[in-house]
Structures are given as structure tokens and as C-alpha cells.
Design a protein around this ligand. Structure first.
Ligand code: PGA
Length: 254
């Protein structure tokens, strides 16, 4: 089976001490991961080394950055590069979260540069896509997401594309408590997979884990993850409480 992934996106929340405790609570809980399960914690940059140490104690657990620069190095005050992340052992990085796109004006071309740098240093990008509400209301979500994929991903080689993790996060479902229905999620995930198959191959498309994000919580995770093309979730708010996130991990397909 494809990798099934529960990814926590802490965003700009929690102190170092709170983060350390949360990691410990999840890691020492009674969850047992199947061979094809992965649990990823996307933490603020200053916590990465701590998180990296914490996750290295158990198979299947990983730390991720929430963002990286589109530049490799140099005079970019305040930025963190993909090679820097790699140098502290980070294996995953979220690229193109809708909050980065909206508040920091990251466009599809910039995200393509970030993806290239991640691949150059062996970091697996978790590439986010998803439409705003007005696009969904006009029923143009497929066209919108296809363009995001085309402009940021289509230049990748087969071997890179097959390593991608994609997170479909309809913007109207992020932090709003309004989740896409299981049917809406499955429909879009199958569409994304068909776009990957057309650009690369069925084989590549079959390898890519496509996560759903947007108000996933303990109570709805199982219904969403049960769909054929949904390979887990990218979880914001509900990942900040150990018990809730553990319930989400337990909802991964077996
Ligand atoms: P949410 O956020 O689970 O709080 O809706 C998801 C995300 O933005 O990754």
C-alpha cells in the first residue's frame, strides 16, 4: 500500500516546552504504526533539532519544516534554506501552504523553486494545493488545482514526482470547522491523481501519497481517510492536542 501519513502542522503555535511535551505525549501513547504508516510533525524552525531528536527514537515518526526559502543561500535575512534544514537532518518540508500563498505572496513559480531546492538536498516536499471558496462556488476547483500542479510540479522528473507528498487543502475548510465531505475529498484526490498520471504515468501517480487537509479531527478522520485516494491528512488545529492527534493517527488505513 502507498504510504499513509498523519502530518501535524503546528503553524505558529506552542512554546518550545509545550511542543516538547506534546511530542512526548504522542510518541509515548499507545499508537502502533503499520509498516506503511508515517507520522510527521511540522514544527516551527527553532524546534526542529529538538523534534528531530524526539522522533528519531521510534520508527515511522519524522520532523518537518513548515517552509523553506526559494533561495539556496546568501543575503536573505530571516530566511531558512533547504540545505540548512537538511544539515540538521530534516527529511520533510511543507511547500506552498495556503497561508504562505496568501499572506506571503508565494506564487506557483516561487514554489517550483522551493521544490527544486528540496529535491536537490533530498528533502521530501509536502506540496499543498487547494481552491478558495469563490472558486468552489463557481465549480472551477478542478481547473484551479490543475493549474497549481502544472505551474509548480510539471517540470519535475519521474523519480522526483514519484517521491512527492501532496496535500489537498480546500482553503474554505482550513481552520473553519467546515470539512469537505468525504465524497468531495475523494473526488478531488482522484482528479489530482489523474493529473499526475497524465503528466507522468499511472505508476508515478500510484506512488504519490495525497493527504487531505482542512478541519480534520479525531471524530471525522476515519470517514475521510477511508477513501481510496485519500492517504491520510495534514492537520492543523487538532494536532495541537495529543489525544486528538493520536485518534487521527489511529484512523490511518491499515
Ligand atoms: P486545520 O489546518 O486542520 O486547522 O484546518 C489544516 C492546515 O492548514 O494544514
Amino acid at each position: 500500500m502507498r504510504k499513509q501519513i498523519a502530518a501535524a502542522n503546528w503553524k505558529m503555535n506552542l512554546s518550545y516546552q509545550e511542543g516538547e511535551q506534546l511530542l512526548k505525549d504522542v510518541m509515548t501513547s499507545d499508537v502502533t504504526l503499520a509498516e506503511h504508516h508515517q507520522v510527521i510533525f511540522a514544527v516551527p524552525h527553532p524546534y526542529l533539532v529538538m523534534a528531530q531528536n524526539a522522533v528519531s527514537e521510534k520508527r515511522g515518526f519524522y520532523a518537518a519544516a513548515q517552509n523553506c526559502s526559494q533561495h539556496e543561500k546568501g543575503a536573505y535575512t530571516g530566511e531558512v534554506s533547504a540545505p540548512m534544514l537538511q544539515s540538521v537532518g530534516v527529511e520533510y518540508c511543507i511547500v506552498g501552504h495556503s497561508e504562505r500563498r496568501e499572506y506571503f505572496r508565494e506564487d506557483n513559480a516561487t514554489l517550483a523553486q522551493k521544490l527544486n531546492l528540496c529535491f536537490q538536498v533530498g528533502i521530501t516536499p509536502i506540496f499543498c494545493c487547494g481552491e478558495p471558496l469563490e472558486v468552489r462556488d463557481r465549480e472551477k476547483q478542478n481547473e484551479f488545482v490543475a493549474q497549481q500542479l502544472q505551474e509548480s510540479l510539471f517540470h519535475l522528473e519521474d523519480a522526483q514526482a514519484s517521491q512527492l507528498v501532496i496535500a489537498y487543502e480546500p482553503i474554505w475548510a482550513i481552520g473553519t470547522g467546515r470539512t469537505a465531505s468525504a465524497a468531495q475529498a475523494q473526488e478531488m484526490h482522484a482528479f489530482i491523481r489523474s493529473v499526475l498520471a497524465a503528466q507522468w504515468s499511472e505508476e508515478v501517480a500510484g506512488k504519490v501519497s495525497i493527504l487531505y487537509g482542512g478541519s480534520v479531527k479525531g471524530a471525522n478522520a476515519q470517514e475521510i481517510f477511508a477513501n481510496e485516494d485519500v492517504d491520510g491528512g495534514l492537520v492543523g488545529g487538532a494536532s495541537l492536542q495529543a489525544a486528538e492527534f493520536v485518534q487521527i493517527i489511529k484512523a490511518l488505513k491499515h
